[in-house]
Each structure stands twice: as structure tokens, then as C-alpha cells.
Design a protein around this ligand. Structure first.
Ligand code: GCU
Length: 595
């Protein structure tokens, strides 16, 4: 179906515009009209063949004011839903809904000559097709990364009609595919805005510490007719200003500039999350970002930030609103509350599972000195031999790196989580790893692998991927899925290569306020003992360089049907969905206070 829509699109997806926060923008957040379309009636005829664009809902026809022809929909008569926001928590009738919902936003504009206009989406889960004033703009697949659709020449003075078809149906060839342990929140789940830019503008840039640490380097990507223009990068506090000519074909300008002797930057670190104002300009365009400068590397089994050994005191986080009703989080306030809780536990690191979280989360963490593991949803079983599935995964990886590559606190790109081993899977993941290293040679690349127990009590990680990643990062559930917590006392860990070990998941479930014998699962007492035993076990691993227990907060999952205890929540949180701290929260807090 989408191929038809693409064919009609005036332009398919263009590369992302980064740092739109600093651009002239009109927010389109708020109440959007919506029409539920379970049978794809908005773009397929009764034989399920694609309809001409003029007959689809993109035409935004009206029954009540235009009876020249029969239409059986009218957005003017539609109910409204909040954008950003998942639909599942915006009304009981949508709680389990999976399928297509159309959204419309009517807005005023006054386009100016010599300016370019884009509709920017923070994210739409899972497939989006957008149209403006009856013209289909393009489509996007993947529920957790931003995309921009140019509307220059289509945007009208006065009233405009933006229509988006959203489909959160899971697919066997999707990324993720049909089975995952989180709620399939559908909708326009992050902010939408109209972005204005000069005819030639700075679409993208990468500004980072030079490899030798003696200056800054990177590139600026121009977009527009005069892309051979000069691009400048300025860091006023460091007395740096450099100008370079962009390559007339690609519009890319590379740069490097040495620090002055007396103007060395304070390095970004969790203890001192120092950011510098960086101005990037070309022609009439100028954009400002706040960028931190640091190095991240491994040395044997150590992780070094700015050459200093660092232990990643982490916790895993799903992107849910703190606290109930636990829908998709999206705002800066949501980020501050969630990261404040992680900070209170003593964290300097968060694993943003299992997909790129909203940009507020990454930027607020950067300000707070919290390092980030950034991950794409290549999760469990994926259609490894499907070329389109690979391209989808690689596109989501590229969009994540494009968006977050200037954030000093992002230290690890993760290409997958708990994926079953095979040749096809290895080829798929090593392709993604190569792509990540090509786009960003400065960060660590890894994956959440799985442990093995080759003989009773001997635990290790025997995954071919281990030779391609920078960390031995893996999930282990000794004491929950794997025996009971006494097993923690009886096992020992060895590793086949000398790399830093990060336990990217451990833990077990408890319903807040459920108390009982320490041997009773889902009591706070069992969870607390499991954490105590796991911490003792992890403390016996000399190669350990970090941990991110699963998980900060109880989260919705269709896989957790134990009524009275789970009630469709995964209860491994250290706090409940209402923010109530369980006993295990304080055990983690105490361990981290000693690290
Ligand atoms: C897995 C998986 C998580 C899941 C967790 C659990 O390790 O990575 O996404 O939620 O186990 O079973 O709770």
C-alpha cells in the first residue's frame, strides 16, 4: 500500500534537520481532529485497492458544507485528541487499539518569499504518511526517531490542513517485529512543528573534540542552492572561530581548529557537565547549540571518560510518563522527573531502552551529567534475512545518530537487544555496527547480548558479536528467570575477551506494598534479597565497569497477565507506576553510594 502512497508523494523522506529547538518554529501541538479507520477506508477502495489521492482522506473533503459529492467522513465533525500523545491512554476505547487512525491539524501560516518550510515530527509510532492541503508529502517508518517533510511551495497564506495517517500495526518484518515487552503505544507520540529556514540553511552538523584533544573538528551540512557557501563555526568562550568552504556538490564543509594555549575547554563529565555555546552559520542562516567536549574510550576492562576510569552507575528506563497513567513520555518535565529519580538513586548513567527516547530525555540528561546508552529497537527475533528490514533498522540507527551525535553524554550506541544468534543475525548486526562507526567514529558501539552457562555454575557470554563491539554488555536474570536468588552465591563468571563488562539488565519483579516471606516471588522482600545477592555476585566480577538494573519504573506490557500482581504491568521496576519506591530501590542506592 505504502508504495502507492509513495508514488503519489511529491517527495520522499529528506534528511533530518537537527536542533530545530533553535529555529523559527510554529508549534502544531494541541488538539488534533481524528478519525479511526480500522478498514483502511481512508485510502483503499472496497476491493482494498489504493484510491486516487483525491478520494483519500488526504483530500480533507466535507460532508456538512459541500454536498456536491457524497463523502462519508468529515474531519470538521471529528472528535479531538492531544498531540503529542499516544492514543492508548487517551480513552478506554483506544487502550488496546492497534491499526490506523487519521489525524488532522488546521493551522494558519504566512509563508515568506526566500524562506523554506518543513513539518517536523519528533516521532510517530509506527508508520506515518503525511499530506498538506491535499498533497501527500511522504512517509516514515519507525516509531522513535524524528523526520522532516518539506512543504515549501505547498504552504498557503491563511489556513492549511495537515493530515497524517498513523498505523501502529506490528509486522513480522518490522523493527521491532511483532513481539516485544512494552506497550505498543500508537500515535503522534512526540511534538510536531512548522519549521522556517532560509533558502540555504544549516541542516546538520557534527562538532566534537579532535582525536588528539587539542582542538575541535567536524563538519557542517548545508542545504540549498548556494550550498557551496562558506560555513563558520564559532565557540566564543574558547576564542574559536573558523570558516570553511562547503563542497559545492554535497554541501558539506569540514573543519578543524586548535584550542588556544590559555583557552582549553573544561571537559564534559558527569561531575562537571560543562557545555559551550557553539554558533554555526552560513550566509543568512545561523544556529546555536550547547555542546560538551569529552573523550570516551576503553582500555582493557576499563571505561575512561577524559582518560579517567569511570564506573557506569546506571538504571534502565522505558519511555513512559512518570507516573500513572504511564503513557508515552515526551516532555521536558517528564524527563526531569524520571532522571531526577535516577539521580536520587545515585545514577550517573541511564540505558534508554529499547529505542531512541525523545530528545528532551537526552538533553536533560546531558545537563544533569547523566551518561546515556542510546538504542534502536532491533529486539529479540527480527527478520534477519529481509533486506527491507535491514534498511529500516539502519535508517532508524542513522536517524538516532543524526539527532544525538552532538550530545556529549551519549557514550554508547546500541544496535540490538537479546537477539537469537545466527549467521544472518550476525551479518545484520555487524552491518549496523559498521554503519554506526562510519557515522560516528568517536563513541562506543555495543549491544545487549545474552549470557551462557556452558556448565552448571560457570557463566559467560559466548556471542560472536563480542568481537565487533566495544563492551561485553549483556542481560542476566540469575535469581529470577534463572534459578532463585541463592544461585547468585553459586556461580562464577568468565569472559572470552578483555573488554569492559556492563550488566545491561538484571533484577526481578515485585508489586509495591506486597510483603511476605523472602522466598515469595513478587514480594518486595524477594526483590530486595535478589538485588542483594546480585550485587554480591556482580561485586565478584573484576571486569565489571557498569550496570543498569531492569528497570527504574514498572511499565505497561501486554505480556504480563498475572492479575492482582502484574495487571498488564512489568513489575521489575525499582519504583511502582505511581512512583512509590520499593525496598530494592534503596539497596541499589546504597550500592551506588559506595561505588
Ligand atoms: C528481557 C528484555 C526486556 C524485558 C525483560 C523482562 O531482558 O530485554 O525488554 O522487559 O527481559 O523480561 O522483564
Amino acid at each position: 500500500m505504502l508504495s502507492f502512497i509513495l508514488a503519489a508523494a511529491i517527495g520522499v523522506l529528506q534528511p533530518q534537520i537537527i536542533n530545530i529547538q533553535d529555529r523559527t518554529q510554529t508549534s502544531l501541538d494541541g488538539d488534533w481532529d481524528y478519525l479511526v479507520d480500522q478498514f483502511a477506508n481512508g485510502y483503499l477502495d472496497y476491493r482494498q485497492n489504493p484510491m486516487p489521492a483525491g478520494n483519500t482522506f488526504f483530500a480533507d473533503r466535507h460532508f456538512f458544507t459541500d454536498q456536491t459529492r457524497l463523502v462519508e467522513y468529515d474531519f470538521d465533525a471529528a472528535e479531538k485528541m492531544k498531540v503529542p500523545g499516544d492514543w492508548n491512554t487517551q480513552g478506554d476505547k483506544f487502550y488496546y487499539f492497534e491499526g490506523t487512525i487519521w489525524f488532522r491539524r488546521v493551522f494558519e501560516a504566512d509563508p515568506q518569499p526566500g524562506k523554506r518550510y518543513f513539518i517536523h515530527f519528533g516521532a510517530v509510532n509506527y508508520e506515518a504518511v503525511a499530506g498538506l492541503n491535499g498533497k501527500i508529502l511522504g512517509t516514515h517508518k519507525g516509531g522513535f526517531t524524528p523526520f522532516d517533510l518539506e512543504v515549501t511551495g505547498l504552504l498557503k497564506k491563511g489556513s492549511n490542513s495537515l493530515i497524517v495517517r498513523v498505523d501502529n500495526t506490528r509486522h513480522p518484518d518490522g523493527v521491532p517485529m511483532q513481539n516485544f515487552d512494552w506497550w505498543n503505544y500508537g500515535g503522534i507520540t512526540r511534538s510536531v512543528c512548522l519549521v522556517e529556514a532560509p533558502e540555504t540553511f544549516v541542516r546538520d552538523y557534527f562538532v566534537r573534540l579532535s582525536a588528539d584533544g587539542k582542538g575541535v573538528e567536524g563538519w557542517v551540512q548545508l542545504d540549498g542552492a548556494s550550498r557551496e557557501a562558506v560555513a563558520s563555526v564559532e565557540i566564543p568562550e574558547l576564542g574559536i572561530r573558523t570558516e570553511t568552504n562547503a563542497d559545492g556538490i554535497s554541501g558539506k564543509a569540514t573543519f578543524c581548529a586548535q584550542f588556544k594555549k590559555k583557552k582549553q575547554p573544561e571537559r564534559w563529565s558527569p561531575e562537571n557537565p560543562r557545555l559551550y555555546e557553539v554558533k554555526i552559520a552560513s550566509g543568512e542562516d545561523s544556529i546555536t547549540d550547547r555542546i560538551g567536549f569529552r573523550t570516551i574510550e576503553t582500555k582493557g576492562c576499563k571505561i575512561l571518560i577524559n582518560g579517567k576510569e569511570t564506573f557506569l552507575k546506571g538504571v534502565a528506563i522505558h519511555e513512559e510518563i512518570p507516573f500513572a497513567p504511564s503513557g508515552r513520555a515526551f516532555s521536558e518535565e517528564h524527563a526531569r522527573i524520571t532522571l531526577g529519580l535516577a539521580k536520587e538513586m545515585g545514577c550517573n548513567f541511564v540505558r534508554l531502552a529499547h529505542y531512541p527516547h525523545n530528545e528532551n530525555m537526552v538533553r536533560v540528561a546531558e545537563e544533569m551529567g547523566i551518561m546515556v546508552w542510546d538504542e534502536i529497537p532491533v529486539y529479540w527475533a527480527i527478520d534477519w534475512s529481509n533486506r527491507e528490514t535491514y534498511e529500516n533498522a539502519e535508517n532508524q540507527l542513522a536517524e538516532m545518530i543524526t539527532r544525538d551525535k552532538n550530545r556529549a553524554n551519549v557514550i554508547i550506541w546500541s544496535v540490538s537487544n537479546e537477539t537469537p544468534r545466527s549467521k544472518a543475525r550476525l551479518d545484520f548486526l555487524t552491518g549496523l555496527i559498521a554503519k554506526a562507526r562510519e557515522m560516528d567514529p568517536t563513541r562506543l558501539v555495543s549491544s545487549a547480548m545474552e549470557k551462557d552457562e556452558p556448565e552448571p555454575g560457570h557463566m559467560t557470554v559466548k556471542d560472536d558479536l563480542i568481537d565487533y563491539v566495544d563492551l561485553i554488555s549483556y542481560n542476566q536474570y540469575v535469581g529470577w528467570y534463572d534459578g532463585d536468588f541463592e544461585k547468585c552465591d553459586r556461580v562464577y563468571w568468565t569472559f572470552p575477551v578483555e573488554k569492559p563488562v556492563i550488566i545491561t539488565e538484571f533484577g526481578g519483579g515485585a508489586k509495591f506494598g506486597r510483603h511476605g516471606a523472602v522466598t515469595d516471588r513478587f514480594t518486595e522482600e524477594y526483590q530486595a534479597k535478589l538485588y542483594e545477592k546480585n550485587i554480591e555476585m556482580l561485586s565478584r566480577i573484576p571486569e565489571l565497569a557498569g550496570a543498569s538494573p531492569w528497570i527504574l519504573k514498572d511499565f505497561r506490557s501486554p505480556r504480563r497477565q498475572l492479575n492482582g500482581i502484574q495487571d498488564e504491568f512489568n513489575r521489575k521496576g525499582l519504583v511502582s507506576e505511581n512512583g512509590e519506591k520499593k525496598k530494592a530501590f534503596f539497596i541499589m542506592q546504597e550500592w551506588y553510594s559506595r561505588k
